[in-house]
Design a protein around this ligand. Structure first.
Ligand SMILES: Cc1cc2nc3c(=O)[nH]c(=O)nc-3n(C[C@H](O)[C@H](O)[C@H](O)COP(=O)(O)OP(=O)(O)OC[C@H]3O[C@@H](n4cnc5c(N)ncnc54)[C@H](O)[C@@H]3O)c2cc1C
Length: 806
């Protein structure tokens, strides 16, 4: 066994083995994998091995497609049979709503690059003759789906990695992890110690325990899961070909061929978290859990109804095994904040669809300093301290039981809520707010009319929120609106080196003291890493704000760049509340509660002030995310209610009205304001996104400068535009294709109805040649229709920005 190595990967399941292979593939060969038993000894050995490339998140879908492509690669390298069955897969719909969504997905696949096909019940029956398709409306066929042998594929990765120089130590237990002052690690095993630079937690079912060795909380929960394998079924044995992988979404089950029988798996409603107190080290590859037949009976009966031959066949084997779920069902990968050189590579619920995508992205991150593209959906730093054990159990259970739920874009899931609430929560609730959840915090989405229930009907079309949101928008445009925007992340950065630190970190010029400025962050490759607002409170003191759900993501980035600097970085998000007021009457409103002058000369656009508002000392910033005159008031949480009440009372005669995030999105869309995670992600550069107008290219040194200069010189392949869409009762949502005749011209990043301009609008990336052509006739797929769309030359509302500067 080596005494020193660069990386120790802990865990030899499909994910750890693929991770080891990808480190070698990307150039690091001095790497080892430590496995306490044999390869596949965790969840991997009893997996059904099914894989599919479809995923509602396009970046996850891309990595899933990559995962599938890499199996043949390792089979060829290693000579180890991976047991590939590329039989194709069909996702079926048994309800009109599901069928509509599948057809919508099919359109989005054209953007993502998935070659799927819509097929009818007859064709489904031809491909899967044991399926009763009498209740099936249609399906989405993807030839790039199937199943794989868990043992063969794991060994193929392991052998390919070994051939490239990696070493694997089986029957070797990692017992402890010691973090050394220089950031490197001692991995303590029962066979001796290994000194290494990096560790990768790929311990699957034991990821929580391996996390604890470095005091890292891993928010995953193993869930029990059943499938059965039948004896030979005559129709299957006689079938000329192989049955495809069936994902029966409305039946909440999946099926594939296994020899001359089938494997049928179910996602039951009364799910069972497993070993919530921790996974025993004694649980081993020979163990299976006792089937809970009572719990899965309803789900199984649904399966027998859809596949009558399965009901007739003898059951050869019933498997109940555990595998891990993060609260949202996505993997937990990436560097763990505050624990240098510790990399998370766990929570991979669908290891055979996602394992190599995770391994590729993580290897890129470790070796190149960043992953390619936007992998935030899988980033371990999307969760914060709120994702406690109890929270994770409730959420994992909710996710498992809704694995095939038809999720509408306006839908919010209820488990583990409310938990984290803002200081104003009771007041918002009393005003009939409909809440969403962001980073565990309850946020007001919109306000339901008095007397009606504060709930929103899940829909892809305009919901019952449409009219009330319109009224909120009009209040902001015509008089004044008030928003509890406490979810905004707030970081205070100060200290002797604060100025030079901030200047290096941000691609923009820094504001002068008392001023604010939009501040993009770039990665070394020149892709977007953040879109923040930088406020200069003093010569060496800044307040930086951004999207609340990115707190760990931001803090990790800030801290990674602070080594050796005299800076103090404090996340003040939870101690400060934020109240935004916006609208032509907002100055008048503010003047009623402050004694300082608030006229445009005293308090110009983008100025920052410390002043008393009502009875509390606040930071007041003249900002606008609505396109109207507006202010953000930052105040210690204990004073938030007092200020909110004072503003409501004073604003009554001005027609003040509370508004929510939905109205904010609509108002911002009318101004062509992009938002993080949609228009601004690591997929894009300043030149593509238009954020170049905030980049100070003349600055001597900032993260990503060289790449940004190159980006400025290069014609971007696509650019952000605003579209007006001729759609009446629905708006685009994201990743819908944009066509010019039959040519794919681009894709939507987000859409919303502009209640003031009375138009359906969208932000979209359009391929540059289409922007240079005089032809401005496009069409966009909105749910079930291609509707006409045109590019707008300027923002639909107040393009000169005169209102927010007034
Ligand atoms: C019944 C069932 C059906 C499934 N069907 C599918 C499917 O069809 N498709 C799909 O994609 N996924 C499926 N899955 C999920 C799939 O099994 C997992 O996504 C995958 O196996 C996770 O792999 P992993 O490498 O992360 O973890 P694991 O397989 O749990 O591997 C972790 C490894 O780490 C080792 N380890 C842990 N701690 C230590 C330590 N301290 N020292 C040394 N070694 C350690 C363990 O021994 C183990 O081998 C299924 C799971 C189950 C249970």
């Amino acid at each position: 066994m080596k005494k020193h190595t660069r990386v120790v990967v802990i865990g030899g399941g499909i994910v750890g083995a693929s991770m080891l292979y990808h480190l070698t593939k990307l150039g690091w060969s001095d790497v080892v994998l430590v496995e306490r038993k044999q390869l596949t000894a965790g969840s991997t050995w009893h997996a059904a091995g099914g894989f599919h490339s479809m995923n509602s998140d396009p970046n996850v879908a891309r990595l899933q497609a990559y995962t599938i492509s890499v199996y043949t690669e390792v089979e060829e390298i290693s000579g180890q049979d991976v047991g590939m069955h590329l039989a194709g897969g069909i996702t079926t719909a048994a309800t009109p709503a599901r069928w509509e969504v599948l057809r919508y997905e099919h359109e989005r696949h054209k953007v993502i690059g998935i070659d799927s096909h819509l097929i009818g019940p007859e064709e489904i029956r031809k491909l899967c003759p044991i399926m009763d398709t009498s209740k099936i409306i249609g399906g989405l066929f993807d030839a790039n789906e199937g199943h794989i042998d868990p043992y063969g594929s794991t060994h193929a990765f392991a052998k390919s990695a070994r051939m490239a120089g990696a070493e694997i130590y089986l029957n070797t237990m990692v017992e402890d992890l010691v973090h050394k002052p220089d950031g490197s690690w001692t991995v303590v095993t029962d066979k001796g110690n290994i000194e290494c630079e990096h560790i990768v937690n790929a311990a699957g079912l034991w990821a929580r325990e391996v996390g604890q060795m470095a005091a890292v909380h891993v928010p995953i929960v193993p869930m029990e899961h059943h499938y059965l394998i039948t004896e030979s079924i005559p129709e299957v044995a006689e079938f000329d070909g192989e049955l495809p992988l069936i994902l029966d979404m409305d039946g909440e089950m999946y099926l594939r061929q296994e020899q001359n029988g089938v494997l049928l798996g179910v996602y039951e409603k009364n799910s069972t978290p497993w070993s919530v107190g921790g996974t025993s080290w004694d649980y081993a590859e020979s163990d299976l859990l006792n089937p809970r037949l009572d719990d899965i009976e309803t789900a199984l009966l649904a399966g027998f109804e859809r596949f009558p031959a399965v009901a007739e066949a003898g059951i050869r084997r019933m498997v109940n095994g555990p595998f891990t779920f993060a609260p949202d069902g996505n993997p937990l990968m990436g560097p763990v904040r505050g624990v240098q050189n510790y990399w998370s590579c766990c929570g991979v619920m669908a290891g055979f669809s996602q394992g190599s995508g995770v391994a590729l992205a993580l290897s890129q991150w470790m070796i190149n300093g960043e992953s390619e593209g936007d992998i935030f959906a899988m980033d371990v730093n999307r969760f914060g301290a709120y994702a406690t054990k109890t929270y994770s159990i409730e959420k994992a259970k909710e996710f498992y039981e809704n694995r095939f739920h038809l999720l509408c874009p306006n839908e919010e899931w209820p488990a583990a809520r409310p938990n984290k609430v803002s200081a104003l929560h009771d007041r918002l609730q009393a005003a009939n707010a409909v809440f969403g959840s962001s980073y565990g915090l309850e946020v007001p989405l919109w306000f339901a009319p008095g007397g009606s229930a504060p709930t929103e009907t899940p829909s892809f079309r305009h919901s019952n929120a449409h009219e009330p949101v319109g009224e909120e928008c009009r209040a902001v445009r015509d008089s004044v609106g008030i928003l509890d925007s406490s979810s905004i992340a707030k970081y205070e950065i100060s200290g002797a080196d604060a100025l030079s630190y901030m200047d290096k970190l941000f691609a923009s010029r820094l504001p002068n003291p008392g001023r604010a400025r939009m501040g993009p962050l770039l990665s070394p490759s020149g892709h977007l890493k953040g879109d923040m607002t930088v406020m200069r409170l003093a010569e060496d003191k800044f307040m930086v704000t951004g999207s609340g759900y990115l707190q760990e993501f931001h803090m990790l980035w800030f801290e990674q760049h602070s080594a050796g600097k005299k800076v103090r970085i404090v996340n003040r998000t939870e101690e400060l509340s934020t109240i935004a007021i916006a609208g032509p009457q907002s100055r008048e409103l503010l003047s009623l509660l402050v004694s300082a002058p608030v006229d445009n000369a005293s308090m110009p656009f983008m100025s920052v002030h410390t002043m008393d508002v009502g009875m509390a000392s606040c930071l007041v910033v003249r900002l606008s995310f609505t396109g109207e005159l507006g202010y953000e008031i930052y105040v210690s949480t204990v004073y938030a209610c007092s200020i909110y009440d004072s503003l409501l009372k004073a604003g009554a005669r001005l027609g003040i009205r509370a508004f929510g995030i939905r109205a904010l999105v609509s108002l911002g869309m009318e101004k062509s304001f992009g938002i993080w995670s949609r228009e601004f992600t690591p997929d894009y550069t300043p030149a593509m996104s238009g954020l170049s107008r905030f980049v100070d290219y003349g600055k001597a040194n900032f993260v990503g400068r060289e790449a940004a200069l190159l980006d400025r010189e290069t014609k971007p392949e696509h650019r952000l535009v605003t579209l007006e869409i001729d759609s009446k009762n629905a708006d685009a949502w994201g990743y819908e294709p944009i066509w010019q005749q039959d040519e794919l011209a681009g894709f939507v990043t987000s859409g919303a109805y502009g209640h003031t301009v009375k138009k359906s609008l969208a932000l979209a990336y359009l391929k540059t040649p289409f922007l240079e052509s005089p032809n401005n006739e496009f069409s966009v797929q909105v749910i079930d229709k291609r509707v006409p769309a045109t590019i707008l030359a300027e923002a639909p509302y107040d393009p000169s920005g005169s209102k927010m500067r007034s």
